[in-house]
Design a protein around this ligand. Sequence first.
Ligand code: ARG
Length: 603
Amino acid sequence: ASKTQFISTMPVGEDNVSSVKRQLTQLFEISLRETVPGEPDIVPLVDSCSEKSGVKHGDYQCNNAMVLWAKIKGKQTGFRGPPAVGQAIMKNLPPSELIESCSVAGPGFVNVVLSKNWIAQSLHRMLIDGIDTWAPRLPLKRAVVDFSSPNIAKEMHVGHLRSTIIGDTLARMLEFSHVEVLRRNHVGDWGTQFGMLIEFLFEKFPNPEEVNEAAIGDLQVFYKASKLRFDSDSEFKQRAQQAVVRLQGGEIRYRKAWKQICEISRTEFHRVYDRLGVQLEEKGESFYNPIIPSVLEELGNKGLIEESEGARVIFVDGVKIPLIVVKSDGGYNYASTDLAALWYRLNEEKAEWIIYVTDVGQQQHFDMVFKAAKRAGWLLADDSLYPKATHVGFGLVLGEDGKRFRTRNTEVVRLVDLLDEAKNRSKTAVLERDAAKDWPEEEVDKTSEAVGYGAVKYADLKNNRLSNYTFNFDQMLNDKGNTAVYLLYAHARICSIIRKSGKDIEQVKRNGKLVLDHDGERALGLHLVQFSEVVEQACTNLLPSTLCEYLYDLSDIFTKKFYSNCQVIGSAEETSRLLLCEATATVMRKCFYLLGIEPVYKI
Ligand code: ARG
C-alpha cells in the first residue's frame, strides 16, 4: 500500500499535483521497465481516449505494444505478438488508487478506466487547496515572449491585435505553469522612417515645446503626410536621409524629436493594451542597436559572415537567398537587430525559450535567424531541447468579403474603434436582457466590456492560429455557439445555481463529500481533472486553441451530460453536486483568465 501511495501522490513541486496523464505515464514507465528490461529507452505513450473517436474502452490508453513488438520480435523475449506484449504491460502495472480497471484491446492497447473515487477526491482537494495546485510544471525557468511589437508611427493593425491577443495568452499559460515570462514589446522604433518623420516634425513645429499628441493628431496621418513630402521633394528627401545619420550619431536635437514621436505612439498603443488588460515591457529595436557591432563581430569570428553584392550576409541551410546583416550602404536592418536581440535574450536575460508571435509572413525571416543562431552554436540543432527559439505564426484577419480586413472609409482599422464597437454592441445586448434592467450603470459597463473584449479575443484564439479567420461582430457576439458570450453566460448560470441553493459554498467544501455515481457526474469530473494536461499541451505546442476547445467541451459536458440529467438543488445529492458545480466554475474561470477574458457572474 505504501508503494501505491507514493506513486499516485508523487509531488512535482511544493504543492503541485501532477496531471493524470503524467501520473499514468509514471505507472506505465515502471511497467515497461519490468516488462522489457532489455529496452530501457522505451518511452511510455499514454494518451486520453477521445470521446470523438467513437467507442471508448477506457479513459486513457497506453499505445506502446505495437511499436515495442516491432522492436523486440527477433529477440528472445518469449512474447508472441503485440496483444501478449499489451497483456504483460497491463499485468506489470503497479497497483494504484488512480485506476479502477484495465483491459487490453485490439493489437495490444492497454485501456485504463480511472477510479471515480480518485477523481472525486482530486476535485475536492483542488477545491480546498486551490486550482493553482493543478498548474503544470514545464522543464524551464524563464522564457521571452516577443509579441504585439507594432511599429512607431506606422499603423497598429489587426495583425498586431492578433499578436497581442495570442502572445498574451501564451504568456499567461506559461506564467501559470511556473515559467518566468519576459513579456517583450519589440516595437519598431528605429530605422530610416525616422529621418523623414523628424524633418517633417521640425518643419511643422519649429518650436519643440509645441509638440504633443493634440498638436500632432493622428500619427498615422502625420506619417502619411511626411511620406508624401519625402516622395515629392528631393531636397527634403536629402535632409531626411541626413537626419537618419544625425539621429544615429546621437545628435541631441534629433534624439529629442525621436523620443517625442515614440512617446506619442506609445500613448496610442497603450490605449489598446489598457482596454485588453495586456501587460508588456517595451524593449524596442533601438535598445539592441548598440550591441549589434559586437554581435556581428562574434558571428564574423566564427566565420559565418560573407560578402555578397556589397552587403554582408549569412547563408543558411535550405534557403537560397542569404540573411543580410549589413546592408550595402553600411546600415543595419531588421535581421541584424533580431540577431542582436536573440543574443541578448540568451546571454543577458538567460531565457531558455524565446517565442516570437508574428504573422506567418515572417516565417522565413525567423527560420533564417534561428538557423544562423544554430550555425553560431547559440541554439541547439535539436528543437526538443532548451534553449530554443520558436516562431509562433498566425494567419490573416479577413473581412466579410474574404479580403484583408478593412473598414469602409479608412484603409486601416483603428483598433481602439474596433474594441469600442465590440463593447457598444455587447452593451446593447446586455441592456435588452430583463435581468439587467435594474443593474447600476457601472455593472452594465463592466459586463459589456468583459463580454465585448472577451468576444474579440475568443474569436481569435479559438481557431488554429495558422489559419486565416473572418472578423464578424454578429458571429462573435452571438450568445449561442462557440463564442465567449455563450461561455461567459454558461459560467454565470453555474454561479447562479450555487447562489440559488442558498448554501455557503466554503462550508460545503469543508463538510461536504463529492461523489460521482451518475454517468453525467463522472464524465464531468473526468473532464475537469484533465485541465492540467490540457494547459501543458497548449503550452508545449503554443496553441491557445487547445485550451478554447477544452473550455467549450467543458461547458458542453456540464450542460448536456450533467445538468440536464442530474438535478442539483433539492436533490439528495445536492451537496456533492454543488461541489461539482463549484469545481466547474473554478476551472472555467481559470480558463478565462488564461485566455485573458474577464468572467461575469450574473446575467
Ligand atoms: N515590428 C514587427 C512588425 O510589425 C514585428 C516584430 C516582431 N519581433 C521581432 N523580434 N522581430 O511586423
